[in-house]
Design a protein around this ligand. Sequence first.
Ligand code: ADP
Length: 808
Amino acid sequence: MRTVSPTVERERLRIVAIIALAFVPLLFIELALVQSQTQAGRDSIAAGRLALARSVASASDTFIDGNLATLRALTNTRSVKDADVQNVNAILTPILRQDPNWLTFGLSSADGWNLSSFTTGPHTVNISDRDYFQAALAGRDGVGSVLLARGALNAKTIVLAVPVTFNDGTKGVLSGALSLVNLERQLGQVVPSETIDLRMVDRLGHEFIGANAGGDSLPDENARPEVRDGLAGQSKALVAKDTRGRDGLLAYAPAVKPGWVVILSEPIATAFTLPDRLGQTAFVLTLLGVAAALAIAWYFGGRLARSYVEVDLARSIAQGERFRLYDALRHAPARVGLLNGPDLVYAVATPDQLDQVGMGEEDVIGKPFSTVDPEPTHRAILERVYNTGEPFIAKEMPSSVRLPNGQLVEGYYDAAIVPTHDAGGAIDGVIYYATDVSDLVKGRKRVEELAAAVSAERDELQQIVNEMPEGVIVMRRNGGVMSNRTAEELFGHPIMATDDPDDYAPRHADGRPYVGRESPIMRALDSGESVNGEEIIVRNPTRGVDLNILASAAPVRRDGEIVAAVSVFQDITELRAFERQRSEFFSMASHEIRTPVTAIQLQLDLALRQMSRGDSSRTEELIMKARQRTKALTALINDLLDVSRLDAGKFALDLHDVDLVEIVQKAAGEYPTDPEHPILVVAAAKPLTVRADTRRVVEVIENLVNNAVKYSPERGTVTVEISTENDEAVVRVRDQGLGVPEAERGQIFERFFRTSVAKPYGGVGLGLYISKEIMTRLGGTITLESSSPRGSTFRVSLPLAPVPAPTR
Ligand code: ADP
């Protein structure tokens, strides 16, 4: 069963009471109408009664008139005029018999002597107290009501009397008594209702028809107003007490002829039954209508009240919620504002919001938003939310507001602006909620800047590391490997992370492969060992050569735990080669020096010994040999000096425009003739002027010729060919010697380099090196043009001097 809340009940009662109250005037009007209609009904009934009374009166008049006429007609008969009793009776008897109205007739003389009577014999009548008698004697019609008590007859009668003038000239009276029964019956027929009492009161105030009629003494009704007024000739209908003391409708009218008053009376209840009943019915119907209306009001009022109360409840809940929300919001640690209506009037502003705008609550609450925050874009956003109902959500929105007090407030906010709705669902304001994320945003920006800086620094570091001439590899415990460009160039591939020893896996300096995780970086990573300069050998896959690498490795610890290992690789291949060459040079140089010095010593010793013995036959030969060796030694020492000069950057050139043909011929010509190695000079016809240092060019040519001879153990001609090519002067030195192995051709101009096949022959590997340096400085070239095991061709070129100039 549905329970009805007291609130609903109260509201229902209220609605019903309002409707009931609205019915009160209607009810009054209705009652007044009913009343007036009832009254009108009563009035019309009263008027009907009055008319009825009048018609009864009129019927009475007619009745009396008719009977009087009868009597008057009789007075003109001869019998009456003659006062002939016998004949009078003969006339009257049939009338008595035929007309039941008449009870008796009497013809009297003026003195009261009754001449004719049907009930008694002639007798004297006392006429003094009979007004009708007096009236007739006076020549008028007389009418009176009389109680006739004669023998068995004891009845109320109406006596009519008309004047008679007898033939003898005397006056008399003809009278007749009319039966009231007939009159009553006749009049009763005029009165339609049994409930209406008909009363007739004569001018003496005696009621002769009616409830009180009869008896010996007729009651005197003169005291009653209707009798009095009726006898005075008035007629009226009124409500008054009837003779029995009941409220009744009285209607009275005078019957003029006999001087009676006709009075009709009826109890009110009966008389006014119809209008009263109609009135009552109307009243009851009105009440029923009101009751029905109230019942309907009760029913629908309940529903109305329920829905009203529900709406009201919803509204009050919403209102309550809103107040609770206000309360919660007021303490929210954020900028919150609740704005009402299209003007966005502040209803709530949190302390943060007030702080932000630097105003007190009294300056904000109740004021439109625009007076608090003059920034037009903010207002535009709020208005858009208000007008469209679309919420506005923003993250890290930059905000810059110049407050009315001139202060500039800047920051970043996470903001939500949403519309609020009333209980009917219509937008009635907006609420904004903004959290200050300035610190967060600034912090993040700072972090981003730092990260960018760190990243830049890291990039820089990476670049530095990349540009380092040493290879660097960082291997992390989690398996990540990072390497710089040099490392990648050294190892030919990014990394050496593999445990599988393959062709490219690092090896010990003695060539043994590293087993398992034996390499320096692995040891640093696994056991924290710091490896300082361990030489390893790695095959470079791109160049196809073995490299000598000096590897150092160290662990990287974080919180005492090894997280990575860093390894630095230094390519010492050249160093090792240089060292090798140098040691070879020293052994060679010592050999190259010791051998001639020993020989010179022996030769000089031998010469001295022979001279002391006085034998000088071979002295000159011995000294000449010693001198030649000294010359070779000097050449070697000069080479060494040249190298040191080149190293010191003090290699000076004495430049002149010279004829290359001449120089080359001179150099070749000065070379000691050897029948096993004839030297053939093929020269261009004309002089080839070049700008050069003659001594150095001679040195270069001599060196080439010397090599051509030295590395041609199987004899053979050495050809020196001078020519021009384009604008160059070119010298080619050809031999038929052992040639330069292909793999070593690129290195023969390097300092101390000697080919593998040249080892058995003397030399320190400096000649070609110095020659190359000289030619480069002279602006020319020196190359091994071709070489095979059957011979080699070296080519030297110098730019031709454009215009022959005089030698300085
Ligand atoms: P060296 O004193 O050893 O001759 P060089 O600088 O003159 O020094 O020559 C360097 C090396 O080049 C020689 O050791 C030799 O191996 C090679 N070489 C030079 N000239 C010839 C040549 N004509 N034929 C073959 N090999 C040569």
